[in-house]
Design a protein around this ligand. Structure first.
Ligand code: HEC
Length: 112
């Protein structure tokens, strides 16, 4: 009986872990084209760095929020608010903005 309980809690644990991470696909040419409308010199590497910053430096206090859930206006506000909390440099903040805003535009252009 004890073993069964242990097994069940293990499965629950594993499931919690997997549902916790918000899956975002790697930035592609689509995101790059969108980002370059605002920041002409953007590179794909920068978008990938922005994604890494989001996944690694924005998860210290809470899980990653689903990018497509919020409007561009809300994200700009949150990025301004959260970057100091995550102690991002201006360059890191810019890469994060490029990643989040282009990802949002490609995957949920109508999000309010
Ligand atoms: C030092 C802890 C901390 C870090 C690091 C942090 N956050 Fe937050 N975040 C919070 C807290 C606390 C709240 C809720 C209260 C608030 O909005 O200030 C929050 C709220 C948010 C919200 C609002 C969600 C909603 O439902 O309105 C977003 C979006 C967000 N964070 C994104 C980020 C991003 C992006 C980063 C990385 C740059 C980040 N956070 C890093 C503490 C943190």
């Amino acid at each position: 009986m004890k073993h069964v309980l242990l097994f069940v809690s293990l499965i629950v644990l594993v499931q919690c872990k997997t549902t916790k991470s918000v899956v975002t696909t790697e930035p592609s040419e689509k995101e790059l084209t969108v980002a370059q409308k605002t920041w002409p010199s953007t590179t794909l590497d920068e978008l990938k760095e922005g994604q890494a910053i989001y996944k690694n430096q924005c998860t210290e206090c809470h899980k990653n929020f689903t990018i497509t859930k919020f409007s561009e206006k809300k994200w700009k506000h949150e990025i301004d608010d959260m970057s100091p909390k995550a102690k991002l440099t201006d360059i890191q903040k810019e890469k994060l903005s490029k990643f989040i805003l282009s990802y949002r535009e490609v995957n949920a252009p109508a999000a309010k």
